[in-house]
Design a binder for this molecule. Structure first.
Ligand SMILES: [Zn+2]
Length: 455
């Protein structure tokens, strides 16, 4: 079946049409590479706004920035879509260790997002190191009770596509406090979800099971994790956690920022492309996901600059609160449902501002084949991988609740988890050509789907 459809689509794509598409692909690329404003937009977002956790003052500033940047594309309409978001505050935090030799060492550590702290007071306990959930499950309660459990689970380096390593390890960040609290532990330290040969701790969202105590959770970078492993093997280690972090119950008002070019032939058919405007409260949220925001804006700017009048309506969306609540993605899907909008495709760019390598798809095989028929056009732009099953978090409510086909831009993944959710995720670590090439691939894909009415 798969083969037959592929052949059929290839026949449909006459040589003349291929030449026209190829010429338009080149125009799109030249426009972004020579005149693109996404890199400068990213500079302004990172340097004038900085990191911007949902519910913070900085996130409000980011909304103002996003609305202005969207208007500068010359698109037909820009609006703010109200979203209520949670607010988590980090406050002061500190982690120190006393080794069996009596040496006290301060570690670089970050509390995990949405976790509760120690109420600002120091909390000390002996450290119990385990390799993972299985080892913890094998131990008797009396060995766990009153301890700070150190989950020394490494991000696997054998996966070449690093998102697989992330998918494998992230359960420790997400679930370990409740797993340990159930057995009587007082706190949790995790090895960061990090590919880095460095000492940056990585934050990120976690979740409590309400049946157990909400114990604090902190992440440490790989070098500190190696040291802690070594000291635990040598003898008894005592850790002291001190943190003020807290998740506020009351939701705060915020917005998704939306820009739109109306379709010339099918204004009711909508293609959404987006990234998330919020970031963690460290670094500058440059790769995650300032890059995706400025690339989505760049798609609209490029279409206007080239005088492309898309047949379908094209929307760029800067989603709020992807990191610790997904309220923006949910609000967007709810609105689409209540207005009975016809979304033909949703594309997310939230995997870093690195050179694009492919596009992932969460849709029917016959729909994937429609895009794959044009695969050859993308090869000159370094985009070749159309085999992965990847969409994106913000568009997942559209995909799951409204059955909208979803796609995700897949950039080179080797460096993403060096920077992800750390103080190193800054503008200087984004390359302007790689960032722009991502915007090129998105604009090319959207042009194809709209021009050939693929969905
Ligand atoms: Zn992200």
């Amino acid at each position: 079946m798969k083969f037959k459809i592929g052949v059929f689509a290839a026949i449909l794509m006459a040589p003349n049409a291929f030449a026209q598409d190829s010429a338009m692909f080149r125009k799109i690329s030249d426009e972004v590479m020579m005149h693109g404003t996404c890199y400068n937009n990213l500079r302004v977002l990172c340097k004038n706004v900085g990191h911007r956790l949902a519910g913070s003052k900085a996130a409000e500033k980011a909304v103002v920035w996003g609305e202005k940047a969207m208007k500068e594309t010359g698109c037909d309409k820009v609006w703010l879509q109200p979203v209520n978001v949670p607010y988590w505050k980090r406050g002061k935090e500190q982690l120190s260790l006393t080794t069996s030799g009596g040496k006290t060492i301060k570690l670089n550590a970050l509390s995990l997002g949405n976790s509760e702290g120690t109420g600002g007071k120091p909390m000390s306990a002996k450290v119990l190191m385990v390799s993972g959930f299985e080892e913890l499950a094998s131990l008797p309660d009396e060995q766990i009770k009153g301890k700070i459990v150190y989950f020394n689970y490494r991000f696997r380096q054998d996966f070449v596509f690093t998102f697989q390593g992330y998918g494998d390890a992230v359960k420790y960040r997400w679930a370990s406090p409740s797993v340990a609290a159930k057995r009587g532990a007082k706190g949790v330290i995790i090895r960061s979800m990090s590919t880095g040969e460095d000492d940056f701790p990585h934050t990120g969202s976690m979740h409590y099971n309400d049946s157990f105590a909400k114990i604090p959770e902190m992440a440490i970078g790989n070098y500190s994790a190696d040291s802690l492993e070594k000291w635990c093997k040598k003898g008894t280690v005592t850790a002291t956690m001190q943190s003020e972090c807290h998740l506020y119950e009351d939701l705060r008002p915020s917005y998704n920022v939306i820009g739109e070019i109306k379709g010339s032939q099918y204004p009711d058919r909508i293609i959404t492309v987006g990234g998330h405007l919020d970031s963690w409260d460290v670094g500058e949220g440059a790769h995650d996901d300032g890059a995706g925001c400025v690339q989505s804006i760049e798609v609209l700017r490029t279409m206007k600059a080239l005088g492309i009048r898309p047949k379908y309506t094209i929307r760029a969306v800067l989603f709020m609160n992807e990191e610790n609540g997904l309220k923006g993605g949910s609000a967007y899907a709810d609105s689409a449902k209540s207005k009975n909008e016809h979304h033909v495709l949703a594309i997310e760019t939230d995997a870093g501002g690195f050179a694009p390598r492919g596009i992932g798809f969460e849709m029917g095989e016959y729909q994937v084949e429609k895009i794959k028929a044009y695969r050859k056009l993308f090869l000159d732009y370094g985009v070749y991988d159309f085999e992965k099953d990847e969409g994106g978090a913000d568009i997942s409510p559209l995909h799951k609740n409204l059955n909208v086909p979803a796609a995700g831009l897949l950039p080179e993944s080797q460096r993403y988890f060096d920077y992800h959710h750390t103080n190193a995720d800054v503008f200087e670590n984004v390359n302007h050509r790689e960032l722009k090439l991502g915007a090129v691939a998105l604009a090319q894909l959207i042009y194809l789907v709209s021009e050939h009415e693929l969905f």
